[in-house]
Write a protein that binds this ligand. Structure first.
Ligand code: ADP
Ligand code: GLC
Length: 484
């Protein structure tokens, strides 16, 4: 089969979070299974392309004020996957992908609608796939366009779409007059289509018009069908529950494995753990903390967003600082949380240390050098860092939600089973109880070693997930053929 992936970020070309890791790895795994995989991405200022050639010189995208002309750049074939980039500098040659710390770019609906249209038009020239696989609200217009304006296009009609929700907290909600601006028909503005409390909701459109909806863990697939986690779209998802499922993300172990990680101070594996101590010293030095301390080191690598549970950390911080721990934080995003960590570093020097900004190398050093990894998320569709942590022998302490709940098994000292610590209640007390439990086990060296080993031996390779996706691609394809 030929699967076309459309997404707004993908390693190594562009990244703000886990979406990029997934779009970087899943198509490779699909190619490894013997299928054709093509990835379409925006050509951002940040995108580095060593060998690029023009694939299509000009594609016309009508807007209500004027035509816009974008081109398509051929990024080549890597690990069996073909990459194409939509080039439109007025929209994508900017400082950041989605916006500044002050807020999202206001023309995001135009930017990503242009991208979606260009992908459809380019595919007609460069190869129509058997399935379009779209990711998050930025690509939501692909299923919407296919079932509206493009319905009668002889090349594209009948091509099924699979849509993956990586985070239902980001929906792409805009004023209704965005519709005519994008040359979309007003009949999409009804409650059964894109209308959402008087506005248009891109993600809702994708949920209505896609043939199949997936999300990135089984637990999150259930959660988003409830009012607590659905962000207002739970009803739409419940209405489609027979075509909604959760497939847990995998890990690209070429990138995230301490036995071959190019960024860390020393390499280690379950058979030779000693070098993890070198990584620990290196990490403490990088954060200007005393490198020889025996106190446990807790790592955090995160987008600074409300989703990630930083309000709990704020409430627990004073009590956490009374323990003999070191906390190393790397993050970027919401200024509120940057201010929080600046304050904690000032208030508890030698205990808390923080770095701000996006730094992939440092993310690897934290995974390798920390003893524990903290993710107290309010909600977490999948979460990749806790899965990386397992492989690095860095014991996760997580809130039992979404993918965090699906991937971490609680440590049981009697049976010696389990891979981490988790708490359910969204309270600072519950967080502190879990941290305390981890600190207690850390003192019992044999138990801690067993706990690390349990995690390091877990395997979350992509091929398992890729096979699940293949079943869905085949199912939607067969259903479309049967319908014709
Ligand atoms: P999310 O996608 O919600 O941000 P995930 O756990 O799925 O959460 O993925 C986060 C990814 O982004 C990981 O690969 C993590 O290492 C990376 N990451 C997050 N913040 C930073 C940062 N400040 N610097 C470098 N990498 C980061
Ligand atoms: C989103 C989610 C995260 C998930 C990632 C990749 O950014 O917040 O939990 O791991 O997408 O699917």
């Amino acid at each position: 089969m030929h699967i076309l992936f459309a997404a707004s970020e993908c390693v190594p070309y562009s990244k703000t979070g886990g979406l990029a890791d997934v779009v970087g790895a899943l198509p490779r795994a699909i190619a490894q299974l013997g299928h054709q995989a093509t990835v379409y991405l925006p050509l951002y200022r940040q995108t580095q392309l060593p060998q690029a050639a023009t694939a299509i010189a000009s594609i016309t995208i009508p807007f209500d004020d004027r035509y816009r002309f974008c081109s398509v750049v051929d990024g080549g074939r890597h690990h069996g996957v073909q990459y194409y980039f939509i080039d439109y500098p007025p929209y994508f040659d900017r400082d950041a992908l989605y916006g500044t710390p002050l807020g999202d770019y206001t023309d995001n609906p135009e930017r990503y609608s242009l991208f979606c249209r260009a992908v459809l038009e380019a595919s007609k020239i460069l190869g129509v796939p058997d399935v379009f696989h779209c990711h998050d609200w930025q690509t939501a217009m692909i299923p919407v366009l296919l079932r509206s304006l493009y319905e009668e296009d002889p090349s594209l009609s009948g091509i099924p779409t699979v849509f993956t929700i990586h985070n239902i907290g980001y929906q792409g909600i805009f004023p209704p007059d965005t519709l005519p601006l994008l040359m979309l028909p007003w009949d999409l503005f009804t409650i059964s289509k894109l209308e959402f409390f008087g506005k248009i909701n891109f993600l809702k459109g994708a949920l209505v018009f896609s043939d199949y909806i997936t999300t990135v863990s089984r637990r999150y697939a259930h959660e988003i069908q409830t009012a607590e986690y659905g962000f207002g779209l739970e009803g739409v998802l419940r209405g489609r529950s027979s075509t909604v499922s959760g497939i847990l993300n995998g890990v690209d172990y070429d990138e995230w494995d301490p036995s071959r990680d190019r960024f860390i101070a020393a390499r280690y594996s379950p058979k030779s753990l000693a070098a993890k101590q070198d990584c620990r010293r290196d990490l403490l030095k990088s954060f200007a903390l005393e490198p020889e301390t025996t106190a446990p080191v807790i790592g955090i690598v995160s987008r600074f967003a409300a989703q990630k549970g930083f309000d709990l950390i704020a409430l627990a911080a004073d009590r956490l600082a009374r323990e003999d721990v070191r906390v190393c934080v790397l993050g970027s995003g919401d200024k509120t949380y940057e201010d929080l960590f600046r304050r904690l570093v000032r208030q508890y020097p030698g205990r808390f240390a923080a770095r701000f900004g996006y730094d992939n190398e440092m993310a690897h050093k934290i995974e390798a050098g920390a003893d524990m990894f903290l993710m107290p998320s309010r909600y977490e569709p999948c979460g990749l860092n806790q899965i990386y942590s397992l492989r690095y022998g860095t014991v996760p302490i997580v809130r039992a939600t979404g993918g965090l709940d699906d991937t971490i098994e609680p440590w049981d000292s009697r049976s010696g089973t389990g891979t981490g610590f988790k708490f359910r209640e969204y309270t600072p007390e519950a967080l502190l109880t879990s941290v305390q439990a981890a600190l207690n086990v850390f003192q019992v060296k044999a138990e801690w070693r067993q706990l690390m080993m349990n995690g390091m031996k877990r395997d979350f390779s992509w091929l398992v997930a890729a096979r699940e996706y293949m079943k869905i691609y085949e199912k939607v394809s067969a259903a479309r053929h049967a319908a014709v």
